[in-house]
Design a protein around this ligand. Structure first.
Ligand SMILES: NC(=O)c1ccc[n+]([C@@H]2O[C@H](COP(=O)([O-])OP(=O)(O)OC[C@H]3O[C@@H](n4cnc5c(N)ncnc54)[C@H](O)[C@@H]3O)[C@@H](O)[C@H]2O)c1
Ligand SMILES: [Fe+2]
Length: 411
């Protein structure tokens, strides 16, 4: 990146920082606690709504039966509902259109999104399509392409990671073009977020660790970036503290309801932070690896995060040292503290069996990052990052390649 491009990128980011102070982004009303899901049907009735669509995935609906209390509660109150349990991981345009059909055919008036980031994001774009029926999903790509109120939206996360229950974002996969992109619009922030930790009790260990590291990545990328505000810095620090204090317990003792609730709150806080202060290169690379190798989003972030922080070097030391202070990590100098914080992330990863390079088991097949795919990863990751992501250090193709080399396992 030459001097002119850098100047343009930083000026653009400065304007966005000012704009973010003006654009109203609501914070969803949060209802937190074990058993709080049971309050949802009455809340829907109190709002004068008659027929929500419940958007979830087939595992949660048919195996975990997580939607049953909502369905039963609505029926007991004399309300109708429609169920769409076809949300797929990394939701595709196809599944969004199927869900939209269910919404329209049943004359729904509101949306209940139950699941991890995938059902929540699928539900958000079903809502966007419902109010903008003439605009196709790819037309929503980018920023501020909806700008119209969605139907009343209740988000119920069953993982503790994406923060989608608090964000302006929905990430969509386009199977035709093999791309995965975010749609960002203030109207996508849910009206309510119900954080019931009982829903995450059954989350398997690898999902607990990787979704938790996704939340940590949101907090850290938002905090080290240049567009933090008083609100986002507080949210990022509080999320980081909660994650460091609870993730190992949630991982070791899945039924520990306090640790599970704290992880859900952390994910919500990190969502508030990054939706205003943005993410950075970790997410940009992870999105591309998700599109090319189908590596789960949280796993990719967890592996990439320490390498990108290393690469930022001095430009991120002060902020990382502040995060170290927040979680009680000590060091003689600012640089020592920053490096100790990065080492603590590596230690968390190792404790939870997260690999140090991009290599994972995809339904029985070992998938690895390969050097011949760099050209398919770096240009799009840079395109996603520039000029939007306010990273502390702007990097070039060659520099991102150096990071990918470190992430590539021996073949
Ligand atoms: N909108 C945003 O702000 C935002 C932010 C980050 C990531 N994302 C997106 O979110 C998606 C990833 O979401 P995710 O990591 O939450 O996973 P997910 O929603 O894709 O779910 C992954 C798997 O976990 C299962 N699962 C969910 N909850 C469970 C539970 N309680 N117990 C057992 N199994 C459970 C699901 O059935 C599914 O098979 C990606 O598409 C990512 O790009 C969105
Ligand atoms: Fe993420």
């Amino acid at each position: 990146m030459n001097g002119l491009q850098k100047a343009y990128t930083r000026s653009f980011q400065f304007c966005i920082k000012i704009a973010m102070k003006i654009v109203p982004i609501r914070i969803p009303e949060r209802i937190t606690g074990e058993g709080k899901l049971a309050e949802l049907p009455q809340l829907i009735k109190d709002k004068g709504l008659k027929k929500p669509i419940i958007v979830t995935d087939s595992f949660l609906s048919q195996v975990a039966k997580a939607a049953d209390p909502i369905k039963e509660g609505l029926t007991a109150l004399g309300l109708e509902y429609a169920l769409f349990d076809g949300a797929v991981p990394n939701p595709t345009i196809e599944c969004i259109e199927e869900g939209l059909k269910v919404y329209i055919e049943n004359g729904c008036d509101s949306i209940v999104a139950l699941g991890g980031g995938s059902p929540m994001d699928c539900a958000k774009i079903i809502g966007a399509r419902a109010i903008k029926p003439n605009k196709t999903v790819p037309k929503f790509k980018g920023y501020f392409k909806i700008l119209k109120k969605l139907p009343p939206f209740f988000a119920i996360p069953t993982t503790a990671g994406t923060g989608s229950e608090a964000t302006v974002a929905a990430v969509v996969s386009d199977e035709k073009t093999h791309t995965k992109y975010p749609v960002n619009d203030p109207s996508l922030v849910p009206n309510y977020a119900i954080l019931d930790p009982a829903l995450t009790i059954g989350l398997p260990k690898p999902m607990t660790s990787t979704t938790g590291l996704d939340a940590l990545t949101h907090a850290v990328e938002a905090y080290v970036g240049l567009e933090g505000s008083k609100l986002t810095n507080k949210m990022a620090i509080d999320a980081t503290k909660l994650i460091f204090a609870n993730i190992k317990t949630a991982y070791d003792e899945g039924t520990n309801i306090v640790a599970r609730e704290n992880m859900q709150v952390a994910s919500f806080y990190a969502g508030i932070a990054f939706t205003r202060a943005f993410v950075g290169y970790v997410h940009a690379i992870a999105h591309r690896l998700g599109a090319v190798y189908h590596i789960p989003h949280g796993l990719a972030n967890a592996i990439i995060l320490p390498y990108v922080l290393d690469y930022f070097g001095e430009t991120a030391h002060k902020k990382l040292a502040e995060l170290a202070d927040a979680v009680g990590i000590t060091g003689a100098t600012v640089a020592d503290k920053a490096n100790a914080f990065i080492a603590a992330i590596r230690e968390l990863n190792a404790y939870m069996d997260i690999p140090t390079v991009i290599e994972f088991n995809n339904r029985g097949t070992i998938v690895k990052l390969k050097a011949e795919d760099y050209d398919n990863i770096i240009p799009q990751a840079l395109k996603e990052s520039h000029p939007w992501y306010p990273v502390p250090k702007l990097i070039t193709y060659a520099e991102m390649k150096e990071i990918l080399v470190k992430l590539t396992p021996a073949q």
